[in-house]
Design a protein around this ligand. Structure first.
Ligand code: TRP
Length: 336
């Protein structure tokens, strides 16, 4: 056995939502980079652009640009095409083929019971998701994962039910056609949640996000507009850092000791809200400034980014084609 093949495999993906915000980085991307750099895993990271079609089919005009923006942020943050296979789902048509085969063995009831599906059907009103593909979202995700026979899937809690249904689909497929696929497992890493500028979870749709590529003046302006302790009217009033969005976000970037010192200075009115906002902006710029510069630089040469994903997809496709040959044989629809 070669060294490569004895390593456990990791597969994970992101939908092409466009520029990544600090919450995307802290919640997922940073962990991917860590897993990649540990050298312990063979990593596959991809843009799930076919998944974007399941809900955004009425306007597909941004998908390609968003894909390039996300990949630029990935590379800027340290995902390395020399170490990981970085690819785009739609460049590998085998994903669509496996999706169809898995859809044959997936009972409708399983899909209708997926919590993310139920929740989104109830909450999403601005676009129609009463289509066939949206119900099949987890089947496509299962195809993504098992195409590469992943051992582990690093995802957030919100995706746990998708990994679970993947395991169920694998069991049912293997029951019919033999032991083709291993059951993947979720790789969950507990990370502190970075709040958005309004104190809620950072999310593009809440409009409370700070983006990795936000230039310093934008970061400062977003910090300036944040709400602090509402009871602190004058600079000389004592502050309540526990009721302050700025203080809470700032804590995220400080070690415990400096965080306590800042909070103490707020409580005793030694510093004002404007000072704390400036300190927050400084922390953000210091932490992400280099990533921002690298990402902006990559965006100036989109042809290079496209080359990178084409090369990664070429490598991933070789694996996908091997799996599909096996699947067709197992299902007795091979003609070679
Ligand atoms: N559903 C995932 C998300 O919204 C994206 C995704 C698609 C994915 N296919 C995947 C994640 C396969 C991990 C593995 O974040």
């Amino acid at each position: 056995m070669t060294v490569e093949s004895s390593k456990k495999r990791i597969v994970s993906g992101m939908r092409p939502t466009g520029n990544l915000h600090l919450g995307n980085y802290e919640g997922a991307l940073k962990n991917w980079v860590r897993l990649q750099d540990s050298g312990e895993y063979e990593c596959f990271f991809f843009i799930a652009d076919l998944h974007a079609l399941t809900s955004d089919y009425a306007d597909t005009s941004r998908i390609k640009q968003n894909t390039l923006d996300v990949v630029s942020d990935w590379l800027a943050a340290g995902l390395d095409p020399e170490k990981s296979t970085i690819f785009v789902q739609s460049m590998i048509p085998e994903h669509a083929e496996l999706h169809l085969m898995l859809s044959a063995v997936t009972p409708l009831g399983w899909l209708e019971r997926v919590p993310t599906y139920k929740e989104q059907r109830e909450n999403i009103t601005e676009k129609d998701i009463g289509n066939y593909a949206f119900l099949g979202y987890p089947v496509l995700q299962a195809a993504d994962i098992i195409m590469y026979k992943a051992d582990y899937v690093p995802v957030g809690k919100d995706q746990a039910s998708h990994v679970e249904i993947t395991r169920e689909i694998v069991r049912r497929f293997n029951n019919f056609f033999g032991e083709v696929f291993p059951e993947p497992r979720e790789l969950h890493t507990e990370v502190p949640v970075l709040p958005g500028t309004d104190g809620r979870k950072m999310s593009k749709s809440y409009g409370n996000a700070i983006y990795l590529i936000d230039p310093p003046d934008v970061v400062r302006e977003k910090a300036r507009l944040m709400i602090t302790d509402r009871t602190r009217i004058r600079r000389s009033d004592p502050g309540h850092p526990e009721d302050c969005d700025v203080c809470r976000m700032h804590r995220f970037f400080l070690d415990g000791e400096s965080a306590d010192r800042f909070d103490d200075d707020c409580r005793n009115a030694r510093i004002g809200c404007v000072d704390r906002k400036r300190a927050l902006a400084d922390s953000i710029i210091a932490r992400y400034g280099e990533i921002a510069e690298r990402s902006l630089h990559l965006r100036e040469t989109p042809d290079q980014v496209i080359e990178t994903i084409k090369e990664g997809s070429r490598r991933a496709r070789i694996e996908a084609q091997k799996t599909m040959a096996e699947v067709r044989r197992a299902m007795k629809i091979n003609w070679e």
